[in-house]
Write a protein that binds this ligand. Structure first.
Ligand SMILES: Cc1cc2nc3c(=O)[nH]c(=O)nc-3n(C[C@H](O)[C@H](O)[C@H](O)COP(=O)(O)OP(=O)(O)OC[C@H]3O[C@@H](n4cnc5c(N)ncnc54)[C@H](O)[C@@H]3O)c2cc1C
Length: 384
């Protein structure tokens, strides 16, 4: 077992860490307060190759491995979870499934646009009445000559209002449940496609979230992603990519909390001493460090398995479940270290605390992760 990063991974870590500190962190709070997406930073990340970290170079990606992919998510998440969410969706939920399930023509057509940052992508699975149970979706896709006609609504879609391209799931065989779902690549200019932004979120305020409306939306047959009626498999395979960067982003969020708390605890004086000298404050910080480092190892284990091409649904779920709950515990403690000041929007830990909350909800709630892990352990699926 080798716990060392390679020279290439260290170089990537140095580059993205510097960029996060110098370009993302200084504007993260303002973007959160104004609920504005930093498109300029998105483009700069793309210029550095970080909007295609694990995508092969022939499709405009950087061709790096999955540990590097986690490092990028971690370093962005260390300073700005909103932007980390955009990174996760663009790379993990859109590019990686295109790369895995797309045909050569689709990859050549769409991946370079996405990896270069020219296009933004989104992943449309959730519907108003279909969240944890995606097989219950009611969006439909009817075959007609050389195209499909899609009807339905998707909600809570990250990047919906910004996206040039959406991977959308709909039922091609409504009677067949999970076996009747197909994935489609839908361009925003396709007839019958529209979006509406959602506002007033608890966290991730600088990230765009919206609804997608499909009203007789005509999608050419060549834009079916993967096989017809096999979309459920594509959706679950995609979540193995997405959950991985959520977990990595949570490690980053926890590390960000730790870094901020270390500085604050040394500066804040009570009882004539820095609060860092009190054993109970050290205990808070020690617990944060232990949990963060345990989470990082779980993420890297899942990444190691992805690099080897091994099935990693179990390990990715374990990492996502642990890291998302861990980030919430760590952010809670970070506020405790800051006392009343942590309750103020002037301090970054307040944003981190709000941003931590989403991670136990999206890409499968903690309960869904527990059921996945439970099914692996017991050989009994709690849901079909
Ligand atoms: C900010 C944000 C961004 C998002 N981005 C995207 C995106 O880009 N693309 C996308 O497709 N979706 C996205 N989502 C949707 C997200 O994935 C869903 O919210 C999530 O899957 C949960 O579904 P739900 O909200 O319908 O909750 P529900 O499924 O209704 O769950 C409600 C509660 O019931 C529990 N529950 C449900 N079923 C079971 C069960 N069998 N056993 C035990 N407990 C259960 C859940 O754990 C939860 O506690 C986003 C959501 C948010 C808030």
């Amino acid at each position: 077992m080798d716990f060392d990063l390679t020279e290439e991974q260290k170089m990537i870590q140095d580059t993205i860490r510097k960029f996060a500190n110098e370009e993302i962190a200084p504007v993260a709070s303002e973007n959160d307060k104004k609920a504005q997406f930093p498109r300029d930073i998105f483009h700069k990340l793309a210029e550095l190759g970080f909007m295609g970290t694990p995508i092969p170079e022939e499709y405009g990606g950087a061709g790096f491995d999955f540990i590097s992919h986690a490092i990028v998510a971690e370093e962005i998440g260390r300073v700005d979870s909103s932007l980390r969410g955009t990174y996760s969706v663009q790379v993990s939920l859109v590019e990686l499934p295109l790369n895995k399930y797309g045909n050569e023509e689709q990859k050549k057509k769409y991946l370079p646009k996405l990896t270069s940052g020219e296009w933004i992508g989104c992943y449309g699975l959730t519907e108003p009445n279909s969240g944890s149970d995606p097989a219950s979706m009611i969006s439909t896709a009817k075959e007609e000559k050389d195209h499909y006609v899609l009807n339905g609504q998707k909600t809570w879609i990250t990047n919906a209002g910004l996206a040039d391209l959406a991977i959308v799931y709909a039922k091609t065989d409504p009677e067949a449940g999970a076996r009747g779902i197909t994935a489609f690549i839908v361009e925003k200019d396709f007839e019958g496609y529209s979006t509406r932004d959602l506002h007033d979120k608890l966290g991730l305020r600088a990230s765009n979230t919206g609804e997608i409306f499909l009203e007789d939306c005509r999608v050419p047959k060549e834009n079916v992603l993967g096989e017809v009626n096999k979309g459920f498999k594509t959706a679950l395979g995609t979540l193995d990519f997405g959950r991985y960067t959520v977990a990595a982003g949570c490690v980053g969020l926890a590390q960000g909390c730790i870094d901020i708390c270390k500085t604050y605890a040394k500066e804040r004086i009570q009882f004539g001493k820095p609060i860092a000298s009190f054993q109970l404050v050290q205990q808070l910080i020690a617990d944060m460090v232990v949990e963060c480092e345990a989470g990082r190892l779980l993420v890297y284990r899942a990444g190691h398995m992805k690099n080897k091409g091994l099935r990693n649904t179990r390990e990715t779920s374990i990492a996502k479940y642990y890291c998302s709950e861990m980030a919430n515990r760590v952010a809670y403690k970070a506020i405790q270290v800051h006392g009343g000041y942590g309750f103020s929007g002037e301090y970054d830990v307040e944003r981190f605390y709000r941003d931590a909350r989403i991670n136990t909800l999206y890409e499968g709630t903690s309960q869904i992760q527990q059921l996945i892990i439970g099914a692996f352990e017991l050989g009994i699926r709690a849901f079909t």
